[in-house]
Design a protein around this ligand. Sequence first.
Ligand SMILES: NC(=O)c1ccc[n+]([C@@H]2O[C@H](COP(=O)([O-])OP(=O)(O)OC[C@H]3O[C@@H](n4cnc5c(N)ncnc54)[C@H](O)[C@@H]3O)[C@@H](O)[C@H]2O)c1
Length: 335
Amino acid sequence: MSTAAVVGIGDISALHLAAIQANPGIDLVAVCDVDPARAERAGRTFGVPAYTDHRTLLRELSPDVVHVTTPHDQHVPVAVDALDAGSHVLTEKPIGQTVAAGRRLVDRAATASTKVGVVFQNRYNPSSVAIRALLDSGALGPIAGARAAVWWYRNPAYYAAAPWRGRWETAGGGVLINQAIHTLDLLTWFLGHPASVRGRAATLALADAIEVEDIASIVIDHDTGVRSTFFATNCHHTNADIELEITGRDGVVKLTGGEVWQTDAAGTRQIASDSQATGERSYWGKGHSLLIDDFYARLADPEPFWIGPADGLVPLQVLREVYAQSGILPVGQDV
Ligand SMILES: NC(=O)c1ccc[n+]([C@@H]2O[C@H](COP(=O)([O-])OP(=O)(O)OC[C@H]3O[C@@H](n4cnc5c(N)ncnc54)[C@H](O)[C@@H]3O)[C@@H](O)[C@H]2O)c1
């Protein structure tokens, strides 16, 4: 049995708390939010002590695992304090709001005796698992190139509900760092580390509501010699399904409509589907509980968790580099 605490009781904490409740090997011992009303409400709901300061929680309860579900600029401070207190950390993406912040966590994790996992839950989608396995099998032959796109919808009310989301200081960006980072992570997981990144980001439709970007185009040259092109926006009228296509000499694999299709000399066939991931927010994927269960199952393993801070740094570097190239970072803010 492992003890758990959740720090940051907003939208996404619901998925963490549900996964914790559903796992008989996890004992929720505390919740924490800087907003006392949110903390108390969650404490009452789950029958655990509620804290407004994570340091007090760490000192008094020393949970085995701390889930970090705060705004982006609070990820690193809370995670580092938790590692200092001897807890394992499961942090929401991005690992930090800037590359400099993310590096701080990478460095601290490197000397910690406990683990850090990063919530890129889409890697657990059946579609992602199938594409990774197909690439590993070599069935597509040498890869020629790839493309991916995220056409999603966020309205001013989404940002008004949690104003940190639309600000450089607290979010570190917009559609790329908050939504499309999952697909950037998949692209680099599938195709290799970015060797060169060129991109442009801008605020086209939500300029009255947010400081950060709502649209971006990126060309990534991966260290495998493969090029991918990527597009992301929050200005669409709805959350469309993610599109991702990888072309090899001997075939093509395409994620579309939550299904994976392989085309080669034998024809076109479906090889995986995320159709079980239905529901109001299916675009988040079903992966949270899979990833959380897996993190706890591997706590005693000697090696680091397979999605750690160094992995979290990769898409963060891509997107912050695009902001820098676009000239939209606030004066004085680190990349
Ligand atoms: N993996 C995913 O698919 C996914 C989806 C949505 C959100 N997220 C991530 O989850 C995180 C939270 O997003 P959200 O939409 O739930 O935000 P939210 O604003 O709904 O909730 C954040 C909560 O953290 C609290 N908080 C702020 N600073 C704190 C601190 N220092 N200590 C304790 N509590 C603090 C706030 O009061 C708020 O209640 C973000 O990193 C976001 O990117 C991930």
